[in-house]
Design a binder for this molecule. Structure first.
Ligand code: KIV
Ligand code: ZN
Length: 498
């Protein structure tokens, strides 16, 4: 069996299903190019029939990327496949990923069908897709809860029909590592013709076992792993790319390699987190802020004597530049550009000048500028596209007084002002905002991200606002937390479907 594990990145499809973290096509191209530099083998670029945005993204990513295979998701439906074929027309290497639910609950409740009919539909979809492309991956949705004997029949039928890759998703994140590994082994041992296809893992993290399950699958014969950057994805997310890549790098004895250039892991993680406004938990393996930070005295002592006492990986291997230049008000454009580039953002010319001006303003307010700060600054001019902009905000607040806010907004260039009082500064500011924007909207979630490095740090606010039956996600960042909150609210409103 080959000693190469193919890395199938689904950050832009399964990962992007996180509510409120959708990217536009330009941002998706940026991520796809970074994934190409990272060395992934396959980029799942979207589900073309699901929306014109996804269709367009698959087209544009296909044009922008050269080496990785571009994959488009479909249901086992001819119309889906037709649309995917059209979306993939510019891809240099292309794959259609088609499939259907195979667990008894999917067969009964989702399809009101029978096991035999599901096999017929699976085979028909694979054969249909093979009329257009040579590389067809079949997914058996909810394979984690599908009994092995029936799953083997499905897999055998689709491989015979021409599937080049068979994906065994643990869609609900239910399996135990030993159980998932045994499932992969069962398929290797019982499916006639399995040597003509690659078995793929696709594990969800509902019980925190996605990476363990993926590794168990790989150790039992799978040679493709479906993963996302930072493990993002619906609910508790997917298997994270950086974990699988680093496990195989650290455990050389396993004898399986990937094509991942691990020094690009950290910049890629930062880019995805910043574009999706999705913070990485500090203790996240490999890419979290604390992943290499030793704080206990015993550890620090050991690490100072010899890093191998407590470190199993060199931070440089994952692209963490520990000689980082500390940015302050005296740093020049070149230092800012270098730091942004380490974090996966390459900008020049006018854009760099603009971010630099914002950087100087922020550096006047706080001593040390973090990577998070500059990433926010670099992404901040996305608000230039916004119709509604915050012009000014003044709040009077304190103990024993009712807070009062006055606010100025520009809406499509026209100026509006209002004032309101509330039971706190954020409440007063949002009430003033609502005096100007008279739409039905309800704040559903409001998170202020912990200030990590002192009282002058940027406050980061994530909000969800409900309007006309949809929930919109917004983000704001400012050294003034009330302003950050209003900016996050306005970010939500700017996304309302008209
Ligand atoms: O989790 C899952 O089953 C999936 C399939 C659509 C591949 O994402
Ligand atoms: Zn999935």
């Amino acid at each position: 069996m080959s000693d190469r594990l193919y890395i199938f990145d689904t950050t832009l499809r399964d990962g992007e299903q996180v509510p409120g973290c959708q990217l536009n096509t330009v941002e998706k191209i940026q991520v796809a190019r970074q994934l190409e530099m990272l060395g992934v083998d396959v980029i799942e670029a979207g589900f073309p029939i699901s929306s014109p945005g996804d269709f367009n993204s698959v087209i544009e990513i296909s044009k922008a990327v050269t080496w990785p295979t571009i994959c488009a998701l479909t249901r086992a439906v001819e119309k889906d496949i037709d649309v995917a074929v059209e979306a993939l027309k510019y891809a240099k290497r292309k794959r259609i990923h088609t499939g259907i639910g195979t667990s008894d609950s999917h067969i009964k409740y989702k399809f009101n069908s029978t096991r035999e009919e599901i096999i017929e539909r699976a085979v028909a979809a694979v054969k249909y897709a093979r009329r257009f492309v040579d590389d067809v991956e079949f997914y058996a949705e909810d394979a984690g809860r599908t009994d092995n004997e029936y799953l083997a029949r499905v897999v055998e039928a689709v491989v015979k029909a021409g599937a080049t890759v068979v994906n065994i998703p643990d869609t609900t994140g239910y399996c135990l590592p030993a159980e998932y590994g045994a499932k992969i082994k069962y398929l290797c041992d019982h499916v006639a013709g399995i040597e003509h296809a690659i078995i793929s893992t696709h594990c969800h993290n509902d019980l925190g076992m996605a990476t363990a399950n993926t590794m168990s699958g790989v150790l039992n014969g799978a040679r493709q792993a479906e993963v996302t950057i930072n493990g993002i994805g619906e609910r508790a997310g997917n298997t994270s790319l950086e974990e699988v890549a680093m496990i195989l790098k650290c455990h050389k004895g396993i004898g399986i390699n990937t094509n991942i250039n691990t020094t690009k892991i950290y910049p890629t993680s930062r880019m995805v987190s910043s574009l999706m406004n999705m913070p990485v938990q500090p203790n996240k393996a490999i890419v979290g802020r604390n992943a290499f930070a030793h704080s206990s005295g015993i550890h620090q002592d050991g690490v100072l004597k010899n890093v191998q006492t407590y470190e199993i990986m060199d931070p440089k291997d994952v692209g963490i530049d520990d000689n980082a230049i500390v940015l302050t008000a005296r740093s020049g454009r070149a230092a800012l550009k270098h730091r942004l580039s380490v974090n996966g953002v390459d900008i020049d010319g006018e854009k760099l000048d603009k971010v630099y001006q914002e950087f100087l303003k922020l550096a006047d307010k706080k001593k040390e500028i973090t990577d998070d700060d500059i990433l926010i600054l670099a992404g901040a001019d996305r608000s230039d596209l916004h119709n509604i902009k915050l012009e000014y905000l003044q709040v009077t607040t304190g103990k024993g007084v009712r807070s009062v806010a006055s606010i100025g907004l520009s809406i499509s260039g026209e100026q509006f002002e209002a004032a309101a009082s509330g039971n706190g500064p954020v409440d007063a500011a949002i009430k003033a905002l609502k005096v100007i924007i008279r739409r039905e909207m309800t704040l559903k979630e409001f998170t202020i991200q912990a200030i990590s490095k002192g009282s002058d740090d940027l406050g980061k606010v994530h909000m969800q606002v409900e309007h006309a039956g949809h929930v919109y996600y917004g983000f704001g960042a400012n050294t003034d937390i009330v302003t950050a909150s209003v900016e996050a609210y306005i970010d939500c409103i700017n996304k309302f479907k008209k």
